[in-house]
Design a protein around this ligand. Structure first.
Ligand SMILES: *[C@@H]1O[C@H](CO)[C@@H](O)[C@H](O)[C@H]1NC(C)=O
Ligand SMILES: *[C@@H]1O[C@H](CO)[C@@H](O)[C@H](O)[C@H]1NC(C)=O
Ligand SMILES: *[C@@H]1O[C@H](CO)[C@@H](O)[C@H](O)[C@H]1NC(C)=O
Ligand SMILES: *[C@@H]1O[C@H](CO)[C@@H](O)[C@H](O)[C@H]1NC(C)=O
Ligand SMILES: *[C@@H]1O[C@H](CO)[C@@H](O)[C@H](O)[C@H]1NC(C)=O
Ligand SMILES: *[C@@H]1O[C@H](CO)[C@@H](O)[C@H](O)[C@H]1NC(C)=O
Ligand SMILES: *[C@@H]1O[C@H](CO)[C@@H](O)[C@H](O)[C@H]1NC(C)=O
Ligand SMILES: *[C@@H]1O[C@H](CO)[C@@H](O)[C@H](O)[C@H]1NC(C)=O
Ligand SMILES: *[C@@H]1O[C@H](CO)[C@@H](O)[C@H](O)[C@H]1NC(C)=O
Ligand SMILES: *[C@@H]1O[C@H](CO)[C@@H](O)[C@H](O)[C@H]1NC(C)=O
Ligand SMILES: *[C@@H]1O[C@H](CO)[C@@H](O)[C@H](O)[C@H]1NC(C)=O
Ligand SMILES: *[C@@H]1O[C@H](CO)[C@@H](O)[C@H](O)[C@H]1NC(C)=O
Length: 805
């Protein structure tokens, strides 16, 4: 039998049911639910819609339900009031930007302990004034947005903060693929960093901070001394900002520090000696500051917990001749450009955990050590040294090595047959002294994406790459075998992934192969300086519609240019010069869409260095840097036997910067329409049989800086315009049938046509202006916008490259 319930027991049940139960069914506080709903409402209505987002993530946020049960909301289960304490609102609005003021309702929930609004494309400033009431906040993540402005001072009133992440507020450089997957990548170089100003010294008042992540913004000034008060700090990321001055020596006070990342700033001075006190230090990244100087202290290798040491890209020097007894098992080591001499340091032999090694840009010499081939390294970068001898075959049998960059050394010998056993994703051996043929086994490497064998002495036929991996398509996307001694037919069978095929300066012969039409993703095809013969086939109209660069310069092609070439709607660089082409130009050339539209920034970015594209640019060979290639639009048909009239449709190609039709047999007039090629900077029509007058319309070409009309049969007056008046070298007009004009100081006789009266006046005005302008300064064309230096791009971001194919 049940015992009767005593009074206390009765009271218990009474209170339980009457008070307690209803209290549980009470959801989060009414005002907090209201704030959340307000947020939802703002978010769903405040989208600057450039991409659809349906916010399925906030579907559970319904007005009459318990907000503690909503997705992304966490309540305090220990307190009867069940206040909201956690909000994990990552990636609500992929690809749609939102005004940061949508956060305001959330910032009224003063019970918040964690707030994560990362990956939301939030725009505008951090709403500092609204943040002050979050007095219990421990973790604040506003990373991966587009927040701008500076850090609001109110943030420093949040004394409870243990974790603050404002990293990667960046605009531009939209990334394809799922942005969340890129989260762990350190090295992406697109877009503009946003949050700016100095890091306020008040940061030192957040004494509970354990994690402080401010990387990839635009912070400048110095690293505030007050950070040395953050005694609890364990993780400190400041890389990719514009910080200058020295690293505060007091950094050594932060005894719990395990990660210190200061790479890619403008820091100067030496490595502070106090860092040797950081016994917990696992990661020290000081790469690419350029201003860091001095000897690399040997005690660094005595830090027992150190796993990642990245010092490359500074003015640091390392005396590589002493013996090092490393106390640590390093995983990543970069001593790029640290002045290392002698052999590859052999203490690395014991670094069996190493998976990333960068010793590029030093003066290392000697041969490739066998023991190095046997370590389980995944990424090995030894480019730009003086290493020589042949490569150990075991290097190619490593089952861990995926990225191997040995360009610009003096390695020689053959590429071993073991090649096919490798696991390479990326292999770069450019500018060495390798010889012999390329082993056929190379085509068995299913994952190989990037292969650069350019500038060696490799010979023989290049293996056919069309291997089918039981239905899978090989990944090869980038192949550079230019400047070798390869012969035989032009290799054209590749997997459909191929985008860049650079095979110039070899001895390839035979006709232009039809197999190229299968490569539907091809962006660049460069075959200059080979021995390709026969006609340009009409099937070129079926080449990849994404083809942007097509170069057949200096081959033995004959026949006429096929009409169907206008099908190549992405073509921006077409170079068919130095062949034996004849016939007249198809007027369809004027339909090359990409030469009509203004340039768009490049579709694909490569995470590794791509060799400059070499073309004749303004009368000399120039290397065009890949990163700026989208700016160039070029049509070069010079040095052929093309004849007939120049089709006036060429004037449609409005975005053309460079047009070269010289050294052909063109006759007739220069088309009036050339005046419409607004962007034209260089026009070469020399050595033809052109007659008539120079069209007055050419005076519209305000960007023209290089002109050659010599060796034709032109007559009459040179049109006048500020730009044309600067082009006053007589050689531009030499060997014609009587050209006159003030530019070449040949007066026009009265029989030579005079422009109509009214225009004359205007011309004179312009002329006076132009003579002045010529002294004030030249119009420097867009070449000034082009940086030639090839920055070093961390190969790790090969991942980004993968995302793009
Ligand atoms: C946003 O979408 C609405 C309706 O779909 C449309 O009318 C408006 O033009 C769009 N705004 C922008 C900036 O694209
Ligand atoms: C964001 O919204 C606030 C308030 O609605 C407004 O004052 C501000 O101009 C907006 N900012 C931007 C960049 O749209
Ligand atoms: C902060 O809280 C106080 C008191 O609850 C309130 O008066 C004030 O409006 C709040 N400030 C903001 C910016 O929400
Ligand atoms: C922040 O960006 C917005 C546009 O999103 C702009 O209106 C505002 O001027 C910027 N603020 C600062 C400080 O750059
Ligand atoms: C930091 O950048 C701001 C502009 O964002 C500028 O006004 C300030 O002078 C810079 N400070 C230093 C120390 O370079
Ligand atoms: C360092 O971390 C340890 C263990 O997490 C902790 O006990 C200690 O208080 C920390 N030291 C300082 C100076 O904060
Ligand atoms: C090591 O290099 C230094 C100069 O950096 C030189 O003075 C010293 O003699 C060298 N030691 C050995 C053992 O070669
Ligand atoms: C490259 O190595 C060869 C021997 O393999 C040597 O004869 C040659 O001088 C070296 N070249 C350079 C530039 O060091
Ligand atoms: C390449 O190697 C050959 C020997 O195989 C050598 O004669 C030649 O000098 C080397 N070339 C360079 C540039 O070092
Ligand atoms: C141009 O391309 C289209 C589709 O890519 C194709 O159907 C057509 O036959 C091509 N034109 C010529 C002349 O080959
Ligand atoms: C060029 O394109 C226009 C419009 O697309 C078309 O009417 C014309 O026939 C084309 N010209 C040639 C020569 O292909
Ligand atoms: C140049 O053109 C004239 C007529 O315009 C013609 O008689 C002559 O043969 C042409 N010369 C060449 C080399 O084509």
């Amino acid at each position: 039998m049940l015992k009767p319930c005593p009074l206390s027991c009765f009271l218990f049940f009474f209170f339980f049911f009457v008070f307690f139960i209803p209290q549980i069914s009470f959801s989060c506080p009414q005002d907090q639910r209201q704030s959340l709903l307000e947020f939802k409402n703002l978010v769903t209505h405040n989208i600057n819609n450039y991409s659809i987002t349906d916010f399925t993530d906030l579907e559970t946020w319904k007005p009459n339900s318990d907000c503690c049960k909503w997705q992304h909301v966490g309540c305090d289960s220990n307190s009867p009031s069940r206040e909201v304490i956690d909000l994990n609102l990552q990636s609500l609005a992929d690809l749609a930007s939102m005004n940061s003021s949508v956060l305001r309702p959330l910032l009224r929930i003063s019970s918040l302990v964690t707030l994560d609004v990362s990956y939301n494309y939030l725009e505008g400033e951090i709403p500092g004034d609204a943040i002050v009431n979050l007095t219990r906040l421990i973790s604040l993540d506003m990373s991966h947005n587009r927040l701008n402005g500076s850090i609001p001072p109110e943030l420093f009133s949040l004394k409870t903060l243990q974790r603050l992440d404002l990293s990667e507020n960046v605009i531009g450089g939209t990334l394809s693929g799922d942005i969340k997957e890129l989260k762990n990548l350190q090295e992406l170089s697109l877009g503009n960093n946003l949050i700016e100003g100095e890091i306020p010294p008040e940061i030192g008042s957040l004494v509970k901070l354990r994690v402080l992540i401010l990387k990839r913004n635009k912070f400048n000034g110095s690293i505030p001394l007050s950070v040395t008060q953050l005694m609890e700090l364990e993780t400190f990321h400041l890389q990719r900002n514009s910080l200058s001055f020295e690293i505060p020596n007091g950094i050594g006070n932060l005894v719990n520090l395990s990660t210190l990342s200061l790479s890619k700033n403008k820091l100067s001075g030496g490595i502070p000696s106090s860092i040797q006190n950081l016994k917990n230090l696992q990661t020290l990244e000081l790469e690419d500051n350029n201003g860091l100087v001095g000897e690399i202290p040997i005690w660094l290798f005595g830090l027992q917990k150190l796993k990642k040491l990245q010092l490359g890209g500074n003015k640091l020097q390392w005396n590589n001749n002493g013996s090092v007894f490393a106390q640590s098992k390093l995983k990543r080591l970069s001593l790029r450009s640290c002045g290392l001499e002698g052999n590859i340091p052999d203490w690395l032999k014991d670094q069996t955990s190493l998976y990333y090694l960068d010793l590029s840009m030093n003066r290392l010499e000697g041969s490739f050590p066998k023991w190095l081939a046997n370590l389980k390294i995944e990424t090995m970068i030894l480019s730009d040294n003086r290493l020589s001898g042949s490569l150990p075959p075991s290097l190619f049998q490593s089952q861990s090595l995926t990225i191997l960059e040995l360009s610009r050394n003096n390695f020689s010998g053959q590429i071993p047959d073991t090649f096919g056993e490798s696991t390479f994703l990326l292999l770069m051996l450019s500018k060495n002294n390798f010889s012999g043929s390329v082993p056929k086994s190379i085509t068995k490497i299913y994952g190989l994406m990037v292969l650069d064998l350019s500038k060696n002495r490799l010979s023989g036929e290049f293996p056919r790459f069309d291997h089918n991996f039981s239905g899978l398509v090989p990944w090869l996307s980038y192949l550079d075998i230019s400047s070798n001694e390869f012969s035989g037919d032009v290799p054209a069978s590749f997997g459909v992934q191929i985008r860049m095929l650079l095979m110039s300066q070899n001895n390839f012969s035979g006709e232009f192969p039809q197999d190229f039409t299968n490569l539907s993703n091809l962006i660049r095809l460069d075959l200059h300086d080979n021995k390709i013969s026969g006609k340009i086939p009409s099937f070129i109209s079926r080449l990849s519609p994404s083809l942007e660069v097509f170069i057949l310069r200096k081959n033995s092609l004959k026949g006429s240019i096929p009409e169907g070439i206008s099908n190549l709607t992405s073509l921006k660089v077409l170079d068919l010069s130095e062949n034996n082409l004849d016939g007249s130009l198809p007027s369809s050339l004027g339909n090359l869409t990409a030469m009509i539209e203004s340039p768009k920034n490049s579709s694909t970015k490569y995470a590794f260095e791509i060799h400059d594209l070499v073309v004749n640019w303004k009368k000399s060979k120039q290397g065009l840097a890949d990163r700026n290639l989208y700016l160039y639009t070029l049509l070069d048909l010079s040095n052929n036997k093309l004849l007939g009239e120049i089709p006036s449709s060429l004037g449609n190609l409005k975005s053309l910067k460079h047009l070269n039709l010289s050294n052909n047999d063109f006759s007739g007039l220069i088309p009036q329409s050339f005046g419409d090629i607004e962007e034209l900077e260089s026009l070469d029509l020399s050595h033809n049989n052109l007659t008539g007058e120079i069209p007055k319309m050419l005076s519209k070409l305000s960007e023209l800086t290089t002109l050659d009309l010599s060796n034709n049969k032109l007559t009459g007056r040179i049109p006048e315009s500020p730009q044309l008046d600067r082009l006053n070298d007589p050689n531009i007009y030499a060997n014609n049938n009587g050209i006159c004009g003030m530019q070449i100081q040949v007066p026009c006789s009265s029989t030579q046509t005079e422009p109509p009266e009214e225009e004359e006046e205007k011309d004179e005005e312009e002329t006076m202006f132009s003579w002045k302008a010529a002294f004030i300064g030249c119009s420097c064309g867009f070449l000034t916008a082009v940086a030639y230096g090839i920055g070093y791009i961390n190969l790790l971001s090969i991942y980004y490259f993968i995302k793009n194919i």
